[in-house]
Design a protein around this ligand. Structure first.
Ligand code: IPM
Ligand code: MG
Length: 366
């Protein structure tokens, strides 16, 4: 019997290519450290629509629940050309992703945004703003707020009207705040809680509950920041952040901004956790349908997501370190996929490779 059962969601677009490479790296880790991983293929998003007519099935949820953790590529297609987007919203690929997050209670979404020194040239900010690098973690609430509030569209007297509701109860806020403070303790002991408390009731409750939780963490510095100011501070002085704690919608927007500031979204991993060790791990980037199937995608974010999975769900820290180190070495050696090709900080000769070659080189470096 395998030591661990890993759910594998290849998904859509570049998903299958990048997951193949991450699995190659995981298999090399298993071989080297004497583990065995059993993969359970799970359909989600467009791939699931094509096979079953639905973006998420009960079988997929049951399969995911039977695993120790799930590794995912990406889901979704080109909204202009893909037939999936002719379906009603609840049957589109994204609904599958939101559905699995909810079904598995994955309320804590960890999105690190790190400036890699080897790729510092990719950062779009002026050098004096990023000197010494930055390393922040966005802790996004993932199963509440506007995404899951009641919504409807009506028409009254010929006037169309749409309603979305932003709801949080104190328990939902408390459990994510606790995760943020726990993680801050393993990092640089600072939490920036982001809200819109000058306008929204849900944000005022958010702020009050975060302050209650903070009392149990006197060693962690807490600051509150309004979301509009945070959007500005991310490009003004990204170094000031350690853990950013925020609700679902703000986190969706700020995490895209933070990843862009690193200049290399192809490098950024993410984890979505519930209150057990289980988690779903996926790159922060999307399914890039424009380059799908061309062996051009950067598999590093997925490989680093696999490393997060080893660390957070399977408790295999040294194995995770081995992957992180392998990626670091390969970057230092000048090997690059197209998306990070022109970003050489040290004037070294670079070598352009495709997705599968990048995967094999990293696997060999493990
Ligand atoms: C993300 C994505 C999803 C989200 C979409 C695909 C529904 O943008 O994971 O950030 O908004 O959560
Ligand atoms: Mg998003």
């Amino acid at each position: 019997m395998a030591d661990f059962r890993i759910g594998s969601i290849a998904g859509d677009g570049i998903g299958p290519e990048i997951v193949t490479q991450a699995r190659l790296v995981l298999d090399r880790v298993a071989e080297k450290y004497g583990h065995s991983f059993e993969y359970v293929d799970i359909l989600l998003g467009g791939a699931s629509i094509d096979a079953t007519g639905k973006p998420l099935t009960n079988e997929a949820i049951a399969a995911a629940k039977s695993c120790d953790a799930v590794l995912m590529g990406s889901i979704g297609g080109d909204a202009k050309t893909s037939p999936w987007y002719k379906l009603e919203p609840s049957l589109r690929p994204e609904a599958g992703l939101l559905g699995i997050r909810k079904a598995l209670n994955l309320f804590a979404n960890l999105r690190p945004a790190v400036l890699y020194p080897q790729l510092a040239g990719a950062c779009p900010l002026k050098e004096h703003l990023t000197e010494g690098g930055f390393d922040m973690l966005i802790m996004r609430e993932l199963t509440g707020g506007l995404y899951f509030g009641e919504r409807h569209t009506t028409e009254e007297n010929g006037v169309r009207k749409a309603v979305d509701t932003l709801t949080y109860d104190e328990n939902e806020i408390r459990r994510i705040a606790i995760k943020a403070f726990d993680i801050a303790r393993k990092r640089r002991n600072k939490v920036t809680s982001v809200d819109k408390a000058n306008v929204l009731d849900s944000s005022r409750l958010w702020r009050a509950v975060v302050e209650e939780v903070a009392k149990d963490y006197p060693d962690v510095e807490l600051e509150h920041m309004l979301v509009d100011n945070c959007a500005m501070q991310l490009v003004r002085q990204p170094k000031q952040f350690d853990v950013i704690l925020t609700e679902n919608m703000f986190g969706d927007i700020l995490s895209d901004e933070a990843s862009m500031v690193t200049g290399s979204i192809g490098m950024l991993a993410s984890a979505s956790l519930n209150d057990t060790r289980f988690g779903l791990y996926e790159p922060s980037h999307g399914s890039a349908p424009d380059i799908a199937g061309q062996d051009k995608a950067n598999p590093i974010a997925t490989i680093l997501s696999a490393s997060m999975m080893l660390r957070y769900s399977l408790d295999l820290d040294k194995e995770a370190d081995a992957i992180d180190k392998a990626v670091d070495c390969v970057l230092s050696s000048g090997v690059r996929t197209g998306d990070i090709m022109n970003e050489n900080a040290e004037g070294k000769e670079l070598k352009l490779v495709g997705c599968s070659e990048m995967g094999s080189i990293i696997a060999d470096a493990v």
